[in-house]
Design a protein around this ligand. Sequence first.
Ligand code: CDP
Ligand code: MG
Length: 735
Amino acid sequence: GKGSTADYVEVDELEKMPLSEQKKWEKDQMSSAVFSFGAKDAVKKDEYELLLEDQIEFIQALQLPGSKEEKKEPKLTEYQKKRLDIEETKKSLPVYPFRDDLIQAVRDHQVLIIEGETGSGKTTQIPQYLHEAGFTEGDKKIGCTQPRRVAAMSVAARVAQEMNVKLGNEVGYAIRFEDCTSERTIIKYMTDGTLHREFLSEPDLQSYSVMIIDEAHERTLHTDILFGLVKDIARFRSDLKLLISSATLDAQKFSEFFDDAPIFRIPGRRFPVDIYYTKAPEADYVDACVISVLQIHATQPLGDILVFLTGQDEIETCQELLTDRIRRLGSKVKELMILPVYANLPSDMQAKIFEPTPPGARKVILATNIAETSVTIDNIIYVIDPGFAKQNHFNSRTGMESLMVVPISKASANQRAGRAGRVAAGKCFRLYTAWSYKHELEDNTIPEIQRINLGNAVLMLKALGINDLVHFDFLDPPPHETLVLALEQLYALGALNHHGELTKLGRRMAEFPVDPMMAKMLLASEKYNCSEEVVTIAAMLSVNGAIFYRPKDKIVHADTARKNFNHIGGDHLSLLNVYNQWRDSDFSTQWCYENFIQYRSLRRARDVREQLIGLMQRVEIEIVSNPAETDNIKKAITSGYFYHIARLSKGGNYKTVKHNQSVTIHPNSALFEELPRWLLYHELVFTSKEFMRQVIEIESKWLLEVAPHYYKQKELEDSTNKKMPKTIGRSSRTD
Ligand code: CDP
Ligand code: MG
């Protein structure tokens, strides 16, 4: 590919070769060093095939239990075969031999730290073992938290299948805006954020006998706060068992935090993984991923490929490129199934990644770092790691939080490589240099609590009656200034009074499982008589998957379709347009298709919207519609997001009002060419610069109306008038 410096045979060249030559080339490639990544030679051919046979045997052993005595046995039905299969798989997991010891350890200790490699069966098996051992007797549940929603859903589905029950009955899951549990649920998977919220309605977790804080090493904000909360509860609920489960070496640290709780180690089963680096840095890692996948597919023995990308957009780009290249190669290559995995992936598509690869075919999974430890996919032999992940970063000096793509840590890189060695010896292709691994990557990822905005967490803790946050039992405390800033923000939003206590408004805000700014916006819609519109906007903003569909071969059509929804007032109102027109089409799929809209995203927005309406009713806000009152709608939005204001400065650039930081309107915005004087943005995304995503035009005087504590007349005076000729203003641009 252009721009990519990986120096191996171009697949384009391969495409041009006659078939016979291609075969020969492939053969040559197999017997010599296959990749010229780095200095290290590839594994010798025989060695590799040997391991692969092992793997095939291993897989056959799982799939055909007792095949030797098949003649004597009565013929099994499909159903019986499937059940046997599941039993065999369960028994093959590394945790299985430790089943009884583990149960005993849980009986003997109130808090237990569990350490075991990804894929050992911690998440799927331990809750089942404890259920079988009687821990769900007397109407008690076993809870298990996951940092990621996809993991919570897919693991629950798997366990329901293993236990042969319907998902949502005995085994269920709960994630934000979705509760798939019932009265009968005894094993409940949930996101850490969901458990956090459960504390509001059940502060002592009385309905649980066991709580497993799983994937503790991920150190998400919610998990970190849960550590403090469950530790506190364990003191007065001596019957509650706590399990802290982690994939990596943080166990000692967890043990110390939980008053030297014992560590239960599940020995891993790991095959060697050869690591290859590129000789030079890659200019375009998505492109480099595509080439590497094709290269592996053309030259390497069967075995699935896992590619780590940073988000849905990148995954979709990669998927399109790959699909196109594979189609052009046609029957010259074996079947390649391309499957994406990311946080907002619809559940029917999630299931696909766990289905076994058909014989003779190869699967390539394009995943975010969700596949690093949260989700285990069997049969991965090759890992491609560009070395990046998306992270939220909060700068307490500027008060700006922004999502950006950052290099991963060494710990992450090693986890990623480890995914290749679960079922056989594997290979990991790092699309960065050995030098940069050694010198540029940090050892460990910084825990979220030390790098993101704490507004949400502080509001929750205050709602739980925890007033003294400075002395809260944190595993790693957040920076003092971040904590202070969160308190200030909640004060400005009206959620806290000047003693730092929760106000009535704050209590209502805490009912909503959303950012405090969004909660405030929802509550303010009551005053501005536009709750219906604001709820829709909130739902559309919460989808965070792409709303607009932009296929490479129809970019012009897609962009035209998108422009039809543009609202002169800004993107929030454009989103409202999209939703309302979809609703008027009776939620039609066809309508979405014709308008280049992602049907799945809208369906999700509709679900979220319903949940939000339920919550609005709970805080006794009537749903009132006033679609024509766009100023009112914008004022309600401003009531929540008055922190996110930027003002036009020289040369069509924007500066944030409070900290004078440069920000730019995202090219996708309806206001990209408009340049209004005052803008409110929903979020910042940092790529080449700080982009404001989803913006509306506001009037500066609204800020004094909605946030009198925060803004003073003086700082809102339109200094731009003096500096700039009037013609640069918006009026000259719109006509
Ligand atoms: O939690 P841990 O990483 O130790 O392992 P796990 O998630 O319990 O996975 C154990 C096994 O269950 C693996 O072989 C997974 O591939 C399988 N699994 C599955 O087939 N489907 C899922 N949705 C989740 C796990
Ligand atoms: Mg797990």
